[in-house]
Write a protein that binds this ligand. Structure first.
Ligand SMILES: Nc1ncnc2c1ncn2[C@@H]1O[C@H](COP(=O)(O)OP(=O)(O)O)[C@@H](O)[C@H]1O
Ligand SMILES: [Mg+2]
Length: 286
């Protein structure tokens, strides 16, 4: 679905005479493969290059060096830009900046009207997309009245209406309360499982990556770590060096295993923690 080969990107500052005054290497030699239907998480502290990377996946930015292919299309070739943008949707941090319509259905239909689709097809896609994100009952509501999580789901519906193969979420929950965060992450998981949409989720919240197929950890524009969530959270020391943590339940698990070496770490979910506690306690009693 997505391949990058030795991708690098510099933000270049120039003075009034177009002389280069500053070069900031935001991406540095990134080669990755993302398969169709994957749920990928991207971690990294502020300024590590996550958003710059995301913007390369739908040709908002073009590689300085190396290449990016989306569905086999080279993002550097202008003739593919439109198809790449249709196949890869982006959801950003601030839901308010992404809502355009005065009514939910107008908002979801916006991109479709620009495609010039017949009105019955637009109707069909708007209804189907709102259904997918669990917002059908709000079809005639004003977006202003919705919670942050609901607004993000409307933004996701607007993307789903374009029938993309892939959605890139750039810290979609950063401005939401815990309930809104849960709604958005559940929606992303559902679109991945039930509709086979390839998901790339950029986040600060360790809890949100637990269900991912693969995690990339970025640092200074490079991929510093990669693996399954379990592999990543098995290395709390390395994560700490990258100014990242493990999920709270994993942390609790590590605290228990410090005293009880037989305790199976890392645990990634509350269910795993409960199971592990039961097993460890059971063994003690025998
Ligand atoms: N428009 C820009 N102009 C100049 N530098 C930028 C711009 N956007 C980001 N950067 C710099 O590029 C680096 C990576 O930024 P970014 O991709 O936004 O990281 P992240 O999303 O992980 O916080 C940072 O050093 C940041 O300051
Ligand atoms: Mg960012």
């Amino acid at each position: 679905m997505i391949n990058t080969y030795r991708l690098s990107y510099d933000y270049v500052k120039t003075d009034e005479n177009d002389n280069i005054t500053h070069v900031n290497r935001a991406l540095d030699d990134i080669s990755i493969d993302i398969k169709k239907g994957d749920f990928i998480a991207v971690l990294g502290h502020n300024g590590s290059g996550k958003s710059t990377f995301a913007k390369h996946l739908n040709a908002l930015l073009l590689p300085g060096e190396g290449s990016v292919f989306v569905g086999g299309m080279d993002t550097a070739k202008p003739e593919y830009t439109w198809d790449i943008r249709k196949s890869t949707g982006m959801v950003f941090q601030n839901p308010d900046n992404q809502i355009i319509g005065n009514i939910v259905e107008e908002d979801v239909a916006f991109g479709l009207e620009n495609l010039g689709l017949p009105s019955d097809e637009i109707r069909r896609r708007v209804d189907k997309s709102l259904e997918m994100v669990g917002m059908k009952e709000f079809v005639r509501s004003s977006p202003n009245k919705l919670s942050g999580g609901q607004k993000q789901r409307v933004a996701i519906a607007g993307i789903m209406a374009m029938e993309p193969a892939c959605i890139v979420f750039d810290e979609p929950t950063a401005m939401l309360d815990p309930e809104g965060r849960r709604e958005v992450i559940e929606t992303a998981r559902k679109l991945n499982k039930e509709n086979g949409i390839t998901i790339i989720l950029i986040t600060h919240y360790m809890e949100e990556i637990v269900g991912a197929d693969k995690v990339f950890v970025m640092e200074k524009g490079r991929i510093a770590m990669q693996g399954t969530p379990r592999e990543i959270f098995s290395k709390p020391k390395e994560l700490k060096e990258l100014r990242l943590t493990v999920p709270q339940v994993t942390e609790i698990g590590y605290k228990i295993s410090a005293k009880h070496p037989e305790f199976p770490s890392p645990v990634l979910t509350v269910e795993e923690l409960t199971e592990a506690v039961k097993k460890t306690a059971g063994r003690k009693q025998r």
